[in-house]
Design a protein around this ligand. Sequence first.
Ligand code: GDP
Ligand code: MG
Length: 166
Amino acid sequence: KSGFISIIGRPNVGKSTFLNRVIGQKIAIMSDKPQTTRNKVQGVLTLDDSQLIFIDTPGIHKPKHRLGDFMMKVAQNTLKEVDLVLFMVNAQEGYGRGEEFIIEKLQNVKTPVFLVINKIDLIHPDELLKLIESYNRKFNFAEIVPISALEGNNIEKLLEQIKEKM
Ligand code: GDP
Ligand code: MG
């Protein structure tokens, strides 16, 4: 089994921390260099029975400046070409306009989308439940997975759920 996984989300939600933790166990490649292809491979996790290829999709965040339709189409098409989309949010920040913007872009994507709620070490479990409820009203996520990329909570479970979709 192998599959392509795109990680999207606003800056500072913890995408790099997550990848470092996941790939750090069994390094294949880890790249921070810009590539000419529109999909930037950030890391490949090789397991006994599967290979998970993590992709960076630039452009799926609320732009500071008006972004051309073309750029946005390219980014959205990229989401259609992967097997799974991980939409990562910061548990501490709640649902805001940046998240709303991304969810709008996901409306026409047929690929399963996981909501990954990161930084759960910083919030109370009651807050997490409220956050899950509010996100459930916005979009039909294939899974909602709370994690702490920093402390390593629930990462293995997330990887299992990812593998199930491959
Ligand atoms: P990115 O911009 O989405 O790639 O975010 P980074 O991975 O660079 O993380 C941004 C900041 O959030 C860094 O200071 C991380 O140490 C911190 N961070 C990432 N994950 C967690 C987490 O699970 N818990 C806490 N408390 N901090 C985190
Ligand atoms: Mg980063």
